[in-house]
Design a protein around this ligand. Structure first.
Ligand SMILES: [Zn+2]
Length: 85
């Protein structure tokens, strides 16, 4: 399956979480590297989307949407840094 860069998930995160986390820096739980989430790998299907670490390919985040709700799993991220307003 081919991927696009993490920027492709900007709208999905903004819609489900109210924040575009692809504009933040995150740390991968798998390899410990920190990077702009915009440069991760995004795999998008009709069922949902997966964000993977571009360094170690660990799953960082998953978004699954159904007509009633969205399920968002961010367990592959140790943290994200959100700039102060
Ligand atoms: Zn990683």
């Amino acid at each position: 399956m081919t991927h696009v860069d993490g920027n492709a998930l900007a709208g999905a995160f903004a819609t489900t979480l109210g924040i575009d986390i692809t504009a933040t820096i995150g740390r991968c739980r798998g390899c410990g590297n920190s990077f702009d989430l915009a440069r991760t790998h995004a795999f998008i299907t009709a069922m949902g989307a997966v964000m993977r670490c571009s360094d170690c390919q660990a799953v960082l985040a998953v978004i699954v949407q159904n007509p009633r709700e969205a399920l968002v799993n961010l367990s592959g991220l140790a943290y994200i840094t959100v700039p102060s307003l």
